[in-house]
Ligand binder design. Sequence first.
Ligand code: CTP
Length: 400
Amino acid sequence: MLAGKRVLLIVSGGIAAYKALELIRLLRRAECGVRCVLTDGGAQFVTALSLQALTEERVHTTLWSLTDESEMGHIELSRSADLVVVAPASADILAKMAAGIADDLASTLLLATDKRVLAAPAMNVRMWLHPATQANMAVLRRRGVAIVGPDEGAMACNEYGPGRLAEPPDIVAAIADLLAPATPLAGRHALVTSGPTHEPIDPVRYLANRSSGRQGHSIAAALAALGAQVTLVSGPVGIADPPGVAVRHVETAEQMLSACQEALPADIAVCAAAVADWRVAEAATGKLKKVPGAAPPGLALVPNPDILATLSRPGPSRPRLVVGFAAETDELRRHAEEKRVRKGCDWIVANDVSPATGIMGGEENAIHLITAEGVEDWPRLPKPEVARRLAERIAAALEE
Ligand code: CTP
């Protein structure tokens, strides 16, 4: 499972650094390549020579080596890995990660990497329980850093409590989980709508809204990451197509509905698009011109088809789980629950899109998951993290 994978292991300062040697041994036994970065603190506890002997690779210690940079630049170091692991992760390096400080090779790599990061904290119990460390951990978790441990037990400083480095086999298991993720949605087809729709007024003007498509696109990516075959029907957005997903680009609500119907059958439908409720009854075929002195043109609107309600309708082509979104500015729960019943979907992901929240078009989301069983309030999280959790909930629901 780990064979052929590559881990970049950052060893930071702490008495538990000696366990990094055992971690490397286990990874190498599983035929996983390991390249080490040793911080100044880490070098007080283990030597570069030991790491080099076990990894059979050059150990990197400084940002300021011309030879190292010319052979393998620090950006390339993290790019060439499948996963970055910090074990042990000291209170200091976790604080640097949370604050975005890049003042040595390890912290610079952690700021520059585009790979997932797993941290295995290890420190004195009071350092671990300190509000500063706990606040840093909350920031890192929110950003999607995976955490293993710390364990609870007797510590080198003669104290007892949480702060011990997770055991190397547990760290290896966490690495395996991240590198060979489970695919509980393999064999399932998921349909996702995302982004706004554009409803033409004339050939150059349209009605639209502020949806960025970020949430819907990351849900499509998260479902694909769990093994689903995903069709994403996207309105006009300024973000890239997610990898590993079949994308149908559409403009109007009517086109979005047709594309969804063509994509059926599906096991899962997630309607995250901000579909325009109305369209102009008859869009002008030529550009509307200002006529001096004349009143502005009125727009006669007609309702658009409701894609979520259509997909939720009972029948042989209804997906097993239909999830809608409810963007509200007041009485969020009541409106969202009403919407769930009215549209006939199974779940509603409700969010407050009042301008003060910065959610519409922003990077983060604070959702309430409304199901027939009740309401779950989720913390404010980056949209990809909301997507990851939602995909996991969907996978669990389909297994029931
Ligand atoms: N939706 C849809 N087709 C539409 C309108 C909405 O599929 N024509 C879906 C959205 O993708 C979302 C859910 O319905 O999953 C709720 O969208 P929202 O705009 O909040 O609800 P509306 O039905 O438009 O209700 P209102 O605007 O009155 O709040």
